[in-house]
Ligand binder design. Structure first.
Ligand SMILES: *[C@@H]1O[C@H](CO)[C@@H](O)[C@H](O)[C@H]1NC(C)=O
Ligand SMILES: *[C@@H]1O[C@H](CO)[C@@H](O)[C@H](O)[C@H]1NC(C)=O
Length: 623
């Protein structure tokens, strides 16, 4: 969403070209233009920070709002209103404690492991106020990955929510042995080595800490680390700079949301959608946010009615759960006008709108670490975004031909990629340049390099590989088709197949394993499936495997299906063949290999029979 000032003249020339006259007849022209002008205006504002010595960050904006509208509710949580002033003052107290008790230094990174609650925000803002960067940890994370996260971002301090202290169990000893200071957001603690924060926060001063501590002169300075599932084993810490936070905070505004709107945020704050777009966007506008600890389909509409919610954040699953609730005659009685999120399937989209009224659903496409973003500001069903000639001037992206069987892009005789025709599906690549920089991952140049593709169309160019297959039609609407290779999405989380492979490889009877995702009719994303070869003289033990995945993997990453194979297919470039396995799915009547399904009730992998298969397909079996 940025551009250098030089682009303006290019744009002007663009506007008056014959191309524009032709486009005037185009049905979306004015809506596109208004949207783009907003994006450009914001981009120019951000670019102008490059000319000054101080960046006006999202935190600065928050402090400004706390002075402008101190008594306006900022966050409503479990029925309690917290005004802008409340959160500003309380985060000052946190900041004072961070300075005086934790002795945190400006520039340090601190890990935050908390569920959604107002103190998540106070701790986050408090850390930002003393000039620390914050690493958000996924609350589902298991001990091995947790420890790895500290190595990634170099954090020496962990702040853990009161409800999560007990989930640390095994990891706590290792953390303490590694000299990580552990601070719980509680007033007292049973663990002698876990320090407590809240008793100190209560008595601390609510005066602001010196503003120089949070000052930053570069848009490129890291402010957050957000963990995303990697294609290479353990989670990766995507570096979120001030630039990205500022861009994301403008999302709601660009869609036309105003300060009079009330946002509903039921997604976890450790993801960029809720923290950067949801909270950042609320701050940018000076609006009010209804924060939920967890999403609840049965409470959703009552909450919306009670709080006069006008905008909500979603992932596709969430809308489906809402559609699956029993119908009531109140279904259209609410003030919700817009949803902002991603992963909404066209069938659920239609159901949702016919049932709950004409709510504009704005899909946003963009990964946490990516340098490209699409926004479906038109609200057209089934599309994640819109492109046109102006957009293409600002964002250099391309769709290139992809060979599913070989699991790699198609190359021509010179070794370059080939663009697809309009309407065809291709791999989305986004050019890395000064305008769209890619900041990579903390602590690993290697991981960063892996996400880049070089010499794509000419020698020396560099593109960010999104790993997503997309198509763009004649009208410029962009549709998400599939994800290639090593990750898939399930229950709103990214699953890294290599991470699951590594964990499954620890089981004694497994000789070789190949993890992938299969589609289940009526479900968003893909369910995890593992094809495996059993070691000679061992046999498959469904109980042992079940226990292993329960302790070692978060719920969304556990393979639901197992396929036992004699040999494992490779691609011609010696990668594990996934495509054909993905295509053949998990139907026992068409697959001759033995199949098993995870059974949470019986706590074991059970044989996947036709009856089990039917109950999954007809939706009667809980997944
Ligand atoms: C919601 O709107 C109604 C009618 O405009 C108003 O009476 C009510 O006080 C509002 N509720 C909240 C929580 O703002
Ligand atoms: C789903 O299939 C299972 C197994 O065939 C059957 O027992 C169950 O009654 C079916 N449920 C529905 C809702 O059709």
């Amino acid at each position: 969403m940025t551009l250098s000032l030089g682009w303006l003249s290019a744009l002007f020339t663009g506007f008056f070209s014959a191309h524009v006259l032709q486009r005037l007849c185009f049905p979306y022209f004015w809506r596109d233009l208004l949207f783009l002008l907003k994006v450009i205006r914001y981009g120019v504002k951000i670019e102008s920070y490059k000319l000054t010595s101080r960046v006006f960050t999202v935190l600065d904006r928050f402090i400004q709002q706390a002075h402008r509208i101190p008594d306006k509710p900022f966050v409503v949580y479990e029925g309690t209103e917290h005004t802008y002033r409340d959160i500003d003052r309380r985060s000052n107290r946190f900041a004072q404690v961070f300075l005086e008790e934790l002795k945190l230094q400006r520039g340090e990174c601190v890990a935050l492991l908390m569920s959604n609650e107002p103190d998540f925000l106070c701790a986050w803002f408090g850390l930002a106020k003393v000039g620390c960067s914050v690493a958000f940890l996924n609350t589902n994370i298991k001990s091995k990955s947790l420890l790895h996260c500290f190595t990634c971002c170099g954090a020496k301090t962990l702040i853990v929510g009161s409800d999560l202290v007990d989930t640390l169990d095994g990891a706590l000893t290792t953390l303490l042995a590694d000299n990580i200071q552990v601070w719980a957001v509680k007033s007292s603690s049973e663990h002698t080595q876990v320090n407590t924060l809240l008793d100190k926060v209560v008595t601390a001063s609510d005066e602001p800490v010196p503003a120089e501590l949070r000052a930053t002169s570069s848009l490129k300075s890291p402010t957050l680390y957000i963990f995303t599932s990697g294609t290479t084993g353990l989670p990766k810490a995507a570096v979120i700079t001030q630039l990205q936070s500022l861009k994301a905070a403008a999302g709601f505004w660009a869609f036309g949301v105003t300060e009079n709107d009330v946002m509903y945020v039921p997604l976890p704050l450790y993801h960029s959608a809720a923290s950067l777009i949801g909270i950042g966007g609320t701050i940018e506008l000076g609006a009010t946010c209804i924060l939920k600890k967890k999403f609840s389909a049965s409470h959703f509409w009552n909450d919306c009615r009670k709080h006069n919610v006008t905008v909500f954040q979603y992932i596709g699953e969430l809308c489906r759960y809402l559609c699956n609730q029993p119908k009531t005659d109140q279904d259209k009685v609410h003030k919700v006008m817009m949803g902002v999120g991603n992963g909404l399937r066209p069938d659920v989209w239609r159901d949702f709108q016919s049932r709950f009224g004409n709510i504009k659903m704005c899909e946003v496409y963009g990964s946490t670490e990516g340098n490209l973003c699409f926004m479906n500001h038109i609200g057209k069903i089934g599309t994640v975004g819109r492109s046109n000639f102006i957009y293409r001037l600002l964002f250099k992206y391309d769709l290139v031909k992809y060979d599913m069987l070989r699991d790699e892009p198609v190359k021509d005789q010179h070794g370059f990629c080939q663009r697809v025709e309009k309407g065809e599906t291709g791999l989305l690549l986004s050019k890395v340049s000064a305008l769209s920089p890619f900041f990579g991952y903390a602590g690993s140049k290697q991981l960063t390099e892996k996400k880049l593709m070089r010499n794509v169309f000419v020698k020396g160019d560099a593109y960010f590989n999104t790993g997503d297959l997309m198509s763009e039609n004649q009208e410029g609407f962009i549709c998400f088709r599939d994800r290639v290779g090593d990750t898939f999405r399930w229950k709103g989380e990214n699953v890294a197949t290599t991470e699951v492979t590594e964990i499954l490889g620890q089981v004694d009877f497994i000789q070789e394993v190949n993890v992938y995702g299969v589609e289940i009719p009526g479900q968003e994303g893909r369910a995890g499936m593992a094809a495996m070869i059993i070691r000679p003289s061992f046999s498959f033990d469904g109980k042992k495997l079940f226990d292993h995945v329960m302790t070692e993997l978060p719920a969304y990453a556990r393979p639901l299906f197992i396929r036992i194979q004699e040999v494992m297919e490779m691609t011609s470039t010696f990668k594990q063949q996934k495509f054909q396995l993905v295509q053949s799915g998990f139907n026992p009547s068409t697959i001759s290999d033995p199949l098993f399904a995870l059974d949470a009730q019986q706590q074991i992998y059970i044989p996947l029979t036709d009856a089990v298969y039917q109950s999954i397909i007809n939706g009667s079996r809980k997944l």
